[in-house]
Design a protein around this ligand. Structure first.
Ligand code: PLP
Length: 269
């Protein structure tokens, strides 16, 4: 039977997740699939890099060959409509023109998590790749989700208000600077848009050391945009999803905890 005979309109929007693979299941593509599914959307995945890592730190990043990625994308995007894109870890510079081409062609909201360094400390992106991300991907970005350290490193600004403003000047439509890596009992995130002051989101900090919070937030946000939520409520919903997942975290190894993304909504933690 031709599969097109049984084609039904898209009842779950597709979110294209372009990210790295973390074998420990905390960050990267695992996080994306679980977070997108938990919002009621479907994850399509293009894997930019395989990594060697455990729940403590990343030891190696091996980029996927651009020719293979290009073939995967051509095959997939001929078949599936994309309602939003989430971009995480990049493999290498040769992938940039491909990703730029997909983002231009898809004309869907794009959430970019600028993964520069692992929570365990390993550098994940060299200087040239950071520059390419800023110059070529940021102008195509709907929401950029750096944590405070990433926002400072991307702009050279110490104050988060100045960093947010500088990132908007790179052509990003919205910036959400997350404060999970800052001290304090409350997590303070700042949402910057063109033509308005920053909007603050506050929530009580869930104690513990976690792996994959940034990927979880960005993917949940992309899924919510794919489902048609406006940006403000989508940010609030994605933040609350992360908090609920952290309250249900587990510890698969000896290092950091992994958010319980597929246990959110299944009773109290
Ligand atoms: N590995 C991959 C594939 C990632 O995408 C990321 C972050 O997005 C990390 C590792 C680092 O995650 P964390 O900052 O939680 O250590």
């Amino acid at each position: 039977m031709d599969f097109r005979e049984s084609f039904r309109p898209m009842n779950r929007p597709n979110v294209l997740c372009v990210a790295g693979h973390d074998p420990s299941g905390g960050a990267g593509i695992h996080a994306d699939i679980e977070a997108v599914a938990a919002q009621g959307a479907h994850a399509l995945t293009l894997i930019t890099a395989l990594t060697v890592q455990d729940t403590t730190n990343v030891q190696r990043v091996q980029a996927v060959a651009p020719a293979l990625l290009a073939q995967q994308a051509e095959c997939l995007l001929d078949d599936c409509q994309v309602a939003a894109v989430k971009l995480g870890l990049l493999g290498d510079l040769r992938q940039i023109p491909l990703i730029v081409d997909w983002l231009r062609r898809l004309a869907a909201p794009v959430v970019v998590d600028p993964v520069l360094r692992a929570g365990g400390g390993a550098e994940l992106l060299g200087r040239a790749l950071v520059a390419a991300l800023r110059e070529q991907i940021f102008p195509l970005t709907t929401v950029l989700t750096p944590n405070a350290a990433e926002a400072r490193r991307l702009t050279g600004e110490e104050a988060l208000e100045a960093a947010g403003a500088a990132l908007l000047e790179c052509g990003v439509s919205n910036v959400l600077i997350t404060g999970g890596d800052e001290p304090g009992d409350e997590v303070r995130d700042l949402w910057f848009r063109h033509g308005g002051g920053p909007v603050e989101f506050l929530s009580p900090r869930v104690p513990g050391r976690f792996h994959g919070t940034g990927c979880t937030l960005a993917s949940a946000l992309a899924a919510r945009l794919a489902l048609g939520e406006p940006t403000g409520p989508a940010i609030a919903g994605a933040r609350e999803f992360v908090r609920q997942a952290l309250l249900r975290a587990h510890r698969p190894g000896q290092g950091r905890q992994v958010p319980g993304r597929n246990r959110v909504g299944q009773g109290s933690p």
